[in-house]
Design a protein around this ligand. Structure first.
Ligand code: ADP
Ligand code: MG
Length: 260
């Protein structure tokens, strides 16, 4: 059965989508069956995985509002090497429609239950807010992966996310864990970056991944070619870092299974 991870942080521009796409690619490259779920109406993860958001016959909108089965909306990206449950601006309407539905926070969990046996990992790219879409992702997930840019305001807003996770753990999703905090766009020459990074480790200990994602232009360029960095330039520092993250994730999952 698959492990479901929500890539989440209500701050925009911290590397959620970059992480969701490149982590999915790295898991696929290590022979894990991966599904990327695009939970952001901007559809950046969809495009970054080589699926045209303007040409979708079915999307996550249809799945969440009961218009089709989950499998019917999933497409395989040949270019990226993994499956995608794509999204576009229609998803904004789903957020509104969900408000009037029963079990509105559990729609994604129920939808993913239909395809869970087909995957080792399901990676959900969240929008930059703590809205109903993000709640759906956190109710569906076993773990939250929180990308963070190590800058002065990085910790601001983190407490709101942590509180949301705690309250979901006590209610709709007792299985939810903070899977890990991921330092993104990391520049070790910047002393502020290093200070904030040290604060994170002090506060969160081994919840902070050992793997750091460097600032690397290949990661920023790859989406315009509709492929992950691993396909665009597989020896780039960015691609190698996300491969390392996939390795760390798999190792941790294995350790957790052994001690359980
Ligand atoms: P979010 O999904 O959190 O809003 P994105 O993944 O879209 O963040 O990243 C924001 C911008 O920063 C994008 O233009 C992306 O290409 C760029 N970016 C993300 N991670 C890196 C990195 N490690 N190095 C360089 N650019 C990055
Ligand atoms: Mg994004």
């Amino acid at each position: 059965m698959s492990k479901i991870l929500a890539i989440t942080n209500q701050k925009g521009g911290v590397g959620k989508t970059t992480t969701a796409v490149n982590l999915s690619a790295s898991l696929a490259a290590t022979k894990k069956r991966a599904l990327l779920v695009d939970m952001d109406p901007q559809g950046n993860a969809t495009m970054g995985a080589g699926v045209d958001k303007h040409e979708l016959e079915l999307s996550l909108y249809d799945v969440l509002t009961g218009g089709c089965r989950t499998a019917a909306a999933i497409v395989h990206s040949e270019a990226a090497g993994f499956d995608v449950l794509p999204a576009n601006a229609d998803l904004t309407a789903a957020e509104v429609e969900l408000m009037d539905m029963s079990r509105r926070e559990s729609r994604l969990r129920e939808a993913l239950a239909e395809v869970r046996p087909d995957y080792d990992f399901i990676i959900i790219d969240c929008p930059p807010s703590l809205n109903m879409l993000t709640l759906n992702a956190l109710v569906a997930a076993h773990g939250a992966v929180i990308p963070m840019q190590c800058e002065y305001y990085a910790l601001e807003g983190l407490s709101a996310l942590l509180q949301t996770i705690e309250s979901l753990k006590a209610s709709a999703n007792p299985n939810l864990e903070i899977e890990g905090l991921l330092r993104t766009m990391y520049d070790p020459r910047n002393s502020l970056t290093v200070d904030v990074s040290n604060q994170l480790i002090e506060h969160f200990g081994d919840r902070v991944y050992d793997t750091v994602i460097p600032r690397n232009v290949r990661l920023a360029e790859a989406p315009s070619h509709g492929v992950p960095a691993l396909v665009y330039d597989k020896s780039s520092r960015g691609a190698v870092a996300y491969l390392a993250l996939a390795g760390e994730l798999s190792r941790r999952a294995k350790q957790a299974a052994e001690t359980a």
